[in-house]
Design a protein around this ligand. Structure first.
Ligand SMILES: [Zn+2]
Length: 617
């Protein structure tokens, strides 16, 4: 086996009960059977701390405390520092906070790579719910961004990770697999007697068990309901059952998987009226065991009416669903379970395991070429933005930059002749912007420098510096040539005036050559056919890509990906009035979201690039 040790880190592991625990256990067991060297690091919740070999897998349980449904395992951090090396690959199972923060931090110190496997995307609930947006911004975003690969359970999560977290790396939808034994389950559902309904899962609010009990109470058929599982709603459900005198519903608490298999064998249907499920393993199990399914439309495993009875999670919806099942002729019911069985076939672990092995091999390959890969990680990646002219729309732009934590420079031409006075920033507004951003000079009146006498050019270059320094009370050290047009004489004037940096309008640059004639990477504007050659070149002559990149926002994002990959300086520039004229604010915001808050990137103003140039080799 080519793949060397993969360390699986999970907050919980069986015998602690839960869907994620079982998914992790299945995965590592299957990997180990296939010959992959895996080990598990977890908390001691549900078992004693220590090291053991379980089903061929080395499991280390670390001492931990539990706080608000989260295992806090401090020793994990030290364990990783001690055991992880640069060539270690960690498979991090994310379902709750803490463990992922520890892995991220340790990976920053020991430089190992990790795959982030998101079993449960955090949604707002409980008293800690209000902290969630902050948690996502401060921690989760970073952890996702830094992952070597991200694994999610469905395409909805995939979209979230791409768009909301701007994750540009390897992103895969991987299913939880099914143990082969479910497929061999022998059905022995009774021909007569009451119809037996089965629910398996955590007893939580989102499962809508109260509504299910209500429906069972109202329905005019002879049915029983077996509820397997435990959770915060157990007491509430017991109360409902007592109040209503429900004799045909039973709570069984937690049962082992073998015990659950017996229920699959004898039940007439599995019913799952949840509001939401990421990837309910019980559905798959029931499908493999040929148990008919009654399930909320559109959750988890995407099922259609050929494979399941789809319902709304309401009393009427559930009642209809049950009646639908009871009224179904035997051959129709058989067809339903046959279709579901075939769907489940594709989810056998022995089929799925190969996609995981492939993922590991890809990560290993990138490790192997680590001569480059490792160097890149150490490389400083800088990102800057700049915005020309000093138009009043800069106020909106500055607010947006600030919201995304981006840095940049506003090149202000305080008496710009292209615009009416009332369209320019006032001195007060310039000062306000200067509190958060660098202000650079862009001449006084925005002339084409080569078109005016040198004496006048000198006044424009020197004068704008003085005026802006008076307004802002800060040193103005960066300059931008209007229209990007200048001669060598102007460069000399800019140096003489005491600027440290001057920007042109050259694009497709990712490095800093001459600090007085610096280029940019991308302009927030479509240059159309003038750019075709350079776009084609940037797209390495792949036509579909080139077509995509003819839109500046797509190009801006692709360039960001390139800088992340290859290192360098990323410089986005534009004009707020141009953004407004083309209705491009939304596009700009999308780009901001994409390029912001990347842990490898240093966000700077134009003026700070000068210092980088000096230290660069
Ligand atoms: Zn300009």
């Amino acid at each position: 086996m080519k793949t060397s040790g993969i360390i699986h880190v999970s907050a919980y592991y069986p015998p602690h009960l839960g869907g994620q625990e079982i998914a992790v256990q299945d995965l590592v067991t299957q990997l180990s059977r296939t010959g992959v060297n895996v080990e598990v690091i977890t908390s001691n919740r549900g078992a004693r701390a220590g090291v053991s070999i379980e089903d061929g897998v080395l499991v280390t349980r670390l001492r931990s405390a539990e706080f608000g449904h989260t295992a806090i395992t401090w020793s994990l951090f030290f364990w990783l520092l001690r055991h992880a090396k640069q060539d270690t690959v960690v498979h991090l199972h994310f379902g709750q906070a803490f463990v992922s923060e520890v892995v991220w931090l340790a990976s920053r110190i020991k430089h190992f790579r990790y795959i982030m496997h998101i079993h449960c995307y955090p949604v707002q609930s409980g008293p800690m719910g209000r902290l969630l947006p902050l948690y996502k911004r401060l921690f989760l975003r970073r952890e996702i961004q830094y992952a070597e690969a991200v694994v999610v359970l469905n395409s909805h999560h995939r979209r979230i990770i791409r768009s909301d977290y701007g994750y540009a790396g390897r992103l895969l939808v991987m299913f939880n697999g099914l143990d082969g034994s479910f497929f061999e389950a022998k059905r022995s559902a009774a021909e007569s007697g009451p119809a037996k309904l089965l629910f398996v899962g955590r007893l939580t609010l989102g499962k809508n068990l109260d509504i299910l009990l209500e429906a069972v109470n109202e329905i005019n058929h002879d049915i029983t309901l077996d509820i397997i599982g435990d959770g915060e709603c157990r007491h509430q459900l017991e109360t409902i059952m007592k109040d209503k005198g429900l004799k045909n519903a039973r709570l069984h608490g937690r049962l082992s998987r073998d015990e659950i298999k017996e229920f699959y064998a004898t039940s007439d249907a599995l019913i799952l009226p949840s509001s939401y499920e990421a990837q309910p393993i019980v559905l798959l199990e029931a499908m493999a065991a040929r148990v008919p399914i009654i399930v909320t439309k559109g959750i988890g495993v995407e099922l259609d009416t050929r494979a399941a009875i789809l319902i709304e999670p309401t009393v009427e919806g559930i009642t209809d669903g049950i009646e639908n099942l009871l009224g179904m002729p035997a051959d129709a019911r058989e067809l339903l379970t046959d279709v579901a069985f075939e769907r489940a076939e594709g989810r056998r672990w022995d089929t799925l395991i190969h996609s995981y092995i492939q993922l590991y091999e890809e990560v290993e390959n990138s490790l192997r070429s680590a001569g480059l890969g490792m160097g890149l990680r150490m490389k400083t990646i800088m990102l800057t933005t700049s915005w020309d002219d000093g138009h009043r729309d800069d106020i909106r732009l500055a607010r947006m930059l600030k919201a995304y934590g981006l840095k940049g420079t506003f090149y202000v031409s305080p008496e710009d002749q292209e615009f009416a006075r009332q369209d320019l920033l006032t001195a007060h507004e310039i000062r306000n912007i200067s509190l958060d951003f660098e202000i650079g000079a862009h001449t006084l009146t925005h002339p084409r420098l080569p078109a005016i006498p040198e004496g006048q050019a000198e006044e424009e270059i020197f004068g704008s510096k003085t005026v802006l320094e008076e307004i802002t009370g800060k040193k103005v050290e960066t300059f931008c040539y209007p229209y990007g047009s200048y001669t060598k004489a102007h460069v000399q004037l800019v140096k003489k005036a005491g600027y440290r940096y001057a920007r042109t309008v050259t694009r497709y640059r990712f490095e800093l050559a001459d600090p007085y004639e610096t280029g940019t990477s991308v302009h927030a504007y479509n240059h159309g056919c003038y750019d075709m050659w350079r776009i084609a070149h940037f797209a390495r002559f792949r036509p579909v890509r080139a077509l995509q990149y003819s839109e500046w926002d797509a190009l801006a994002c692709a360039m960001f990906d390139r800088v992340i990959r290859e290192g360098g300086i990323y410089h986005l520039w534009g004009h707020s009035w141009e953004i407004d004229k083309h209705n491009d604010w939304d596009r700009l915001e999308r780009v901001f979201r994409y390029i912001s808050a990347h842990p490898q990137v240093k966000y700077v103003a134009n003026g700070e690039l000068g210092t980088y140039a000096k230290s660069a080799p």
